[in-house]
Design a protein. Sequence first.
Length: 343
Amino acid sequence: MSVWTWIKDRLFCDLAIDLGTANTLIYLKGKGIVVQEPSIVVINKQTGKIEAVGNRAKEMLGKTPNNVVAIRPMKDGVIADFEIAERMLDYFIKQAMNNRGTLLRPRIVIGIPTGITQVERRAVRDVALRARASEVYIVEQPMAAAVGADLPISEPTGNMIVDIGGGTTDIAVISLNGVVFNHSIRVASNEMDEAIIQYLKKKYNLLIGERTAEQVKIQLGSAYPLEQSLTMEIKGRDLREGIPRTIVVDDQEIREAIEEVVTAIINAIRIALERTPPELSADIIDRGIVLTGGGALLKNLDKRIREETQLPVFITEDPLTSVVMGAGRLLDDLDLLKKISLE
């Protein structure tokens, strides 16, 4: 390794962060995405010590003893537990910087949902500053996702982007480097998981955990009938007998389970379309709606939205990383970053 490479690795340590309800992603300037892990922390209640963070913590969900608890410090796109969020972010930042030295204080760009309050926004900034940031830029997630999806946000044309995350669905119409209209609801992928848990409890008297519900959603979940029916074995606890039990469900049942959540997302898109200025509506008819975020991976969601709105609908190339990749690109364009960042 040359001396210049060694110096560059230690000096250029700016970060872009998608601090999500379900997952935290970190982009290191010059390196790409270096952290992509669940936003979960496992804490020992007696000692206050962190036992696990991220992937290891997720593996422990629902399996911890009484003195150990798994915590999601983010809820509905905002910080629910300030102290745990700070410790989690500090852990991920150290992991991202990979021994670049404890004296370095990176410039950080963080994507946040559009509907959060100024107090919640300040909490995000404070957490980043306390986790060793030198400067913090706050960018709305749909704007970052639009940059990540290569949409022409600087042009005088309307671009509609729908970012379906873990805790929030953010819908924004973007033109001339600004959000012309935005609508955010705290209904997204996590509510689908909860809906599956409640459906199986009500219909089959079967209790399953969060991880199982997520697996069911990924394998069977859909927003519109599939060409070929899918089935899956689900293991859980029988609520009447109190013993383990296995059932088989199909995609139609899971579609029924999450229908209310899917409908809420589509209704939010309708509201955004109704309130978009007419000139920009004309652009959306031509350019369509762009879907991003983990929720965009729900099978046939694009088809369902297309049928409901009669508009073209596209899914970004990698919906899970659009926000963090867009925020990362903004690190290379400080003029644009300063224009679109929030105070």
